[in-house]
Design a protein around this ligand. Structure first.
Ligand code: KG4
Ligand code: ZN
Length: 402
């Protein structure tokens, strides 16, 4: 274990990724093969196509990660793979390949929860910058296309313990971004489009509001309603730290109807993304030229409301739990307004806030290899019958705020 070299493999959604990370701190390579252009045609991830593309990509991606790191399989100390949550068929491709490699080379296999991976994306950046893991607990907001979860992350005896503190009861924030973008005839994934166009609109034009969720009793014992809601229990959580993003999507839909924005959205969709003459990758300027001021105001207001809600509940949870360090990670953490407003609010409250670099915000395998490092040291290895767990939850929970 002298070198601490871990090959990470990630295939939970629409990115096939492999990376080599040394001792959870130094990234020797990080290769990501994105399927975005393929799924974009369908306006979202098609699970069957995702599995097929992972099958195609997994061998070349792992080879590229090893080649870029200038190492051979024999140099590795362990192989880490995402075991869930995610799409079952997609996860299985990475797991099966990781198992085969580990077995063939006699290497330990380490199972990593995708959400823990996102948290370690930030820790990897910090370790790379020479900052060892802090002793203090952190509040982690994992905000992506599949998740909007708040965890208390505590370093305990060299590993990390996670306790669920809050979560969405329906759609994930990234899912809301993607659905609203689709509604407005923008491309997939929608987050980056809304991020780019929001700065051209008036964020105060449409007063979207998030009602306080009073669902504690209502949700008790009920099955979750959407894919984002399947990975952790809800009923025992403090309702102040519950998110809900399906309402704002409906409000946007109503606004689109009220202001007759649909023909404009359809024209944009055809011209920029789906028509025979659609550019391969439209630019923000091209999209902007096709948006009237009402649409831009709507986009800016939507984003302001979502970021405001994420911010309000995250800092309220941090305060209530007595945590002075906040980290925000996952695809939506690349959002510019989110970063700016979280940074300003953290400064105002005297709380530390950190984000992953942009490459490590969205799905990648370096975060998986980094999360596996404490597990390698602790000898926390996966069994040979490791299988995909599409609804895998992270850590213990739920917890009550103090
Ligand atoms: O972490 P990720 O790559 O995959 C999941 O685990 O879901 O996150 C993808 C999600 C998508 O919903 C995408 O629209 C959103 O992250 N996203 C963004 C931005 N970049 C990606 N949302 C808002 N602003 C962005 N700049
Ligand atoms: Zn993710």
């Amino acid at each position: 274990m002298a070198s601490g070299l871990i090959l990470g493999i990630e295939s939970s959604c629409d990115e096939t990724a492999a990376a080599v990370v040394e001792r959870g701190a130094r990234t020797l390579s990080s290769v990501v093969a994105s399927q975005i252009t393929m799924h974009a045609r369908y306006g979202g991830v098609v699970p069957e196509l995702a599995s097929r593309e992972h099958l195609r990509a997994i061998v070349p991606v792992v080879r590229a990660a090893l080649a870029e790191a200038k190492i051979k399989l024999d140099d590795l100390n362990a192989i880490a793979v995402t075991s869930g949550p995610g799409l079952a068929g997609a996860l299985l491709v990475g797991i099966t390949y990781a198992k085969a490699l580990a077995f063939a080379r006699g290497l330990p296999l380490i199972a990593v929860n995708h959400l823990e991976g996102h948290i370690h994306a930030v820790l990897l950046n910090q370790r790379t910058a020479g900052q060892p893991d802090q002793d203090a607990a952190q509040l982690a907001l994992v905000v992506s296309g599949g998740h909007t979860h708040l965890y208390l992350a505590q370093p305990i005896a060299g590993t990390w313990k996670y306790t669920l503190a809050g979560r969405t009861v329906d759609d994930a924030a990234g899912e809301a971004y993607d659905k609203v973008a689709k509604l407005l005839g923008l491309g997939y994934p929608g987050g980056p489009w809304i991020d780019a166009l929001a700065q051209y609109g008036n964020p105060h034009a449409v007063p979207f509001a998030f009602a306080q969720i009073k669902m504690k009793l209502h949700l008790a014992g009920k099955a979750p309603r959407t894919k984002a809601a399947t990975t952790a229990p809800i009923a025992e959580l403090d309702p102040h730290f519950l998110f809900s993003f399906s309402g704002i999507k409906t409000a946007v839909l109503r606004y689109v109807g009220l202001h007759n924005l649909r023909p404009e959205a359809e024209a944009r969709r055809t011209a920029l993304f789906t028509g025979p003459d659609a550019p391969l990758r439209p630019t923000v300027e091209e999209a902007l030229a096709m948006c009237d001021p009402i649409t831009l105001d709507l986009i800016a207001s939507f984003q302001r409301a979502v970021v405001g809600d994420l911010m309000k509940k995250t800092f309220a949870a941090a305060e209530s739990l007595g945590v002075a360090r906040v980290l925000v990670t996952g695809g939506v953490a690349s959002n510019r307004e989110l970063r700016a407003r979280f940074t300003a609010e953290a400064a105002r409250r005297g709380v530390a806030v950190s984000f992953p670099t942009l490459e490590l915000s969205t799905d990648n395998a370096a975060m998986i290899a980094a999360a596996a490092w404490p597990k390698l040291q602790a000898g926390d290895f996966a069994a040979h019958d490791l299988s995909a767990e599409p609804s895998l939850a992270l850590g213990g929970g739920p917890m009550q705020a103090r």
